[in-house]
Design a protein around this ligand. Structure first.
Ligand SMILES: C[S@@+](CC[C@H](N)C(=O)[O-])C[C@H]1O[C@@H](n2cnc3c(N)ncnc32)[C@H](O)[C@@H]1O
Length: 262
């Protein structure tokens, strides 16, 4: 699948994705992934930041609220339109534009930091987006990103439960299979059935890489790895929100912060 077909999938997802995410149906993001990501973020007040694959801008706004001067870029015009409308309604000084993470429309050394929340595994050529992030970062700047966990969320992941519903194990497969744009179809799991019935499922082209491929790409780009996280939940959260309980058995996400040499 080429980059234009990937972009078309995201454009087709963007309207429902925005509505459902803003309705609170992306519970992994809202309750685990974003809070952990922000807890691991170095101070960004007064810094300039680029959010790559910003979607409708949920996380970009969080970064602006922390005091960063933010730019958001996404391949899907509908996501950018929703992000701009949110900016117009409640200005945070964020500049959004349509663009490709693999060919960033910014000069060298433009930003103090960059982020990519759950977007890099959706891009066909990760070596290009890592190189582009490195190019637009100032010396000593960092890139912090989250991706589907290469080991625990390879192309096949199934949550195995006990008869009482408790999560027993995570079954995974296809780790070494080369996946170059296979389309996964799904909806936010906690969307109400009547909402799910109204919409087509998301079509998400997937570009799975093994853990060693990711780490080797990062090192080959010239970044040094500074921080790694695998978000989980505590027992009380898993009990209160069974939907998130699989995160206690095997991580779904991998977070990395990498730094360009000073
Ligand atoms: C899983 S969504 C995450 C959106 C947002 N970062 C969030 O956490 O809510 C992945 C995002 O990456 C964007 N994307 C995919 N390929 C891209 C590319 N080549 N360049 C820029 N954005 C891209 C999609 O349009 C989508 O908004």
């Amino acid at each position: 699948m080429d980059a234009s077909e990937v972009a078309a999938c995201w454009e087709a997802n963007a309207e429902t994705w925005t509505r459902h995410a803003r309705s609170g149906y992306d519970r992994y993001r809202d309750e685990v992934n974003t809070p952990v990501f922000l807890a691991n973020l170095p101070p960004v007040v007064g810094s300039s930041g680029l959010d790559i694959g910003c979607g409708e801008g949920f996380n970009t706004r969080k970064l602006a609220e922390l005091g960063a001067a933010m730019t958001g870029i996404d391949i899907a015009p509908t996501f950018i339109r929703h992000a701009q409308e949110a900016e117009a309604a409640q200005p945070l000084g964020i500049a959004y534009q349509v663009g490709d993470g693999m060919a960033l429309p910014f000069a060298n050394e433009s930003f103090d930091f960059a982020t990519a929340f759950m977007s890099l595994m959706d891009m066909p050529e990760q070596h290009r987006v890592l190189a582009e992030a490195g190019r637009v970062l100032k010396p000593g700047g960092f890139l912090q990103f989250s991706i589907l966990h290469p080991c625990f969320s390879p192309p096949y992941r199934k949550v195995l439960r006990e008869p009482d519903g408790r999560v027993r194990a995570i079954e995974v497969g296809g780790y070494f299979g080369a996946v170059q744009g296979d389309v996964e179809t799904w909806r936010f799991g906690t969307a109400p059935e009547h909402e799910k019935a109204k919409v087509e499922p998301f079509r998400v082209p997937r570009f799975h890489r093994t853990l060693s491929e990711w780490l080797n790409l990062i090192v080959a780009t010239g970044f040094s790895i500074e921080h790694v996280d695998e978000p989980t939940v505590d027992a009380a959260t898993a009990e209160a929100v069974p939907y998130l309980a699989d995160l206690r058995v095997g991580p779904l996400f991998l977070h990395l912060r990498v730094r360009k040499p000073a």
